[in-house]
Design a protein around this ligand. Structure first.
Ligand code: GLN
Length: 492
């Protein structure tokens, strides 16, 4: 049984198509793996009954020769995606018992293509965090450990449950979301592949909103091809999301393994931070060597406004969050803590329903949007956002096809190690990823090596808008050169 969970998504798909295995068998193997891995706390809600029912339907379709592209493939769903009839918490107490009456477009697309839901994965509360420690349902533990040590490590965040579940072989892939790095940073920490597509590529409809101009749905998987297969099913235009874009969805998997000869890859000098550990620098240089060997042309580029991206993100994202989260007032959704009048009901509900980090973001957001500070903070951050976007447009206009950077400034850290005294320490995790969201571009994190302590390290590729295919091609070249991901040894 455990062997089935170790297959790649693509291999499982082939075995299903040839009817060497059944979807029900696959679902059972994963349900057992999830039950045996509860110590990792990857899932907020397990849905084994639904998984078995969906798998039985998949088997019937496979038998009739009517299989969809993901027929019978068991997946984890970040608990930020609304799933009809299945609790959707956003990692928050305020939505602890919220059961949506509708299905998000992205998950509906996956079910249309035959995928099977194993459950809802844990995350930072409202996707605010970089370590999965802000979840109301407790932290997720990474399946990885430092060599020779048993210190508990974070899986990254906010899509920590999805990333840990994929790395621990609890599902072949998982949905995730990325507002400032929440797909790419946990991918880097867990040795998985994380794709944040172009803003507008996937529908945001039915995904609990954090910062609507930055949020984008995406994928965590065990290799580049699997990620490409999943994104193809998830992406597409949706009339219910006015920001989703009406463009055909390419066959991303077809780009995997294609030559990258003659591609121009930019190395932005501003991403070489002073305090960066030597092993991250080494990894980056190694990436350059691999891509050169694969026939790419490497050029140094400048993205001069990079250093303003993180501070500007931590104004724009909280501003939008403070507005989006105003809806949790105890009247329409989720938790209600009564008071003597409606004002007190709001206050009691929100004080009890939101955790510390979410309250901090709401307060920052409200402050930067308030009369008197709006121009000084919010408007200025928006101007910086435009300049960041322009930096990218300039280098792409000069013929750069993609940009190579590290994905994170370090390997995974220990539980409780960062951010308790100073939240900025945690925010610094996003230094290489937020620029991509600010510019609305696609980004992919691909495992590329291991740290001195034996932990996964990743490189990031940033592409032109709607050119995910080039990213898949280059990421596959890195994957091949680095020897691909090694799975963590099972200790749980
Ligand atoms: N870590 C970043 C934050 O806390 C990004 C989160 C995300 O992408 N959802 O805002």
């Amino acid at each position: 049984m455990t062997e089935l969970t170790g297959l790649s998504l693509a291999a499982a798909r082939d075995a299903l198509a040839k009817r060497h295995i059944s979807a029900v068998e696959l679902a059972k193997a994963h349900i057992a793996a999830i039950e045996a891995a509860r110590a990792l706390n990857c899932f907020v809600t397990e849905t084994p009954d639904r998984a078995l029912a969906m798998a039985a339907q998949s088997d019937a379709r496979l038998k009739r020769g009517e299989a969809g592209p993901l027929e019978g493939i068991p997946l984890g769903i970040k608990d930020l995606y609304c799933t009809r009839g299945v609790k959707t918490t956003a990692g928050s107490r305020v939505l602890e018992n919220f059961v949506p009456a509708y299905e998000s477009t992205v998950t509906a697309n996956l079910w249309r293509d035959g995928a099977v839901m194993l459950g809802k994965t844990n995350l930072d509360e409202f996707a605010m965090g970089s370590s999965n420690e802000t979840s109301h349902f407790g932290p997720v533990l990474s399946p990885w450990r430092r060599r020779g040590a048993n210190v508990k490590l974070v899986p990254g965040g906010s899509s920590g449950g999805s990333a840990a579940a994929v790395a621990a072989r609890l599902c072949y892939g998982a949905t995730a979301t990325d507002t400032g790095g929440s797909i790419r940073q946990p991918a880097a920490f867990t040795g998985t592949v994380g794709v944040k597509p172009t803003y507008g590529r996937c529908s945001r409809w039915g995904i609990v909103a954090f910062a609507s101009s930055l949020d984008q749905a995406g994928v965590l998987a065990r290799n580049v091809r699997d990620a490409a297969l999943l994104l193809r099913s998830m992406a597409g235009h949706d009339p219910k999301d006015a920001t989703s874009v009406d463009r055909p969805v390419p066959d991303y998997a077809a780009a995997v393994g294609t030559s990258i000869k003659g591609k121009t890859i930019g190395i932005p000098k501003e991403y070489r931070l002073d305090a960066m550990p030597a092993e991250i620098d080494r990894l980056w240089n190694e990436g350059v060597v691999w891509l050169k060997a694969a026939g790419a042309r490497i050029v140094e580029i400048s993205l001069p406004h990079t250093r303003y991206a993180l501070p500007a993100y931590y104004i724009v994202a909280p501003a939008e969050a403070s507005s989006n989260l105003a809806r949790y007032d105890g009247v329409r959704y989720g938790l209600r803590v009564p008071g003597k009048d409606v004002t007190e009901l709001y206050e009691n509900t929100r004080a009890a329903g939101f955790g510390k980090e979410v309250r901090r973001r709401i307060m920052i957001g409200t402050y930067v949007l308030s009369a008197g500070y709006y121009d000084a903070y919010y408007v200025r951050a928006q101007k910086i956002r435009t300049l960041i976007k322009r930096d990218f447009e300039t280098v792409f206009a000069q013929g750069v096809d993609a940009i190579l950077t590290p994905a994170t400034p370090s390997a995974a850290f220990g539980l409780g190690e960062k951010g308790s005294a100073d939240p900025v320490e945690m925010y610094l995790n996003d230094v290489f990823t937020v620029t991509v969201n600010m510019a609305g571009l696609p980004g992919i994190a691909v495992p590329a090596g291991v740290s001195s302590e034996g932990l996964p390290l990743a490189l990031q590729l940033i592409g032109r808008a709607f050119d995910e295919e080039t990213l898949f091609a280059i990421a596959a070249a890195i994957e091949q050169a680095s020897g691909g991901m090694k799975l963590p040894e099972r200790w749980w």
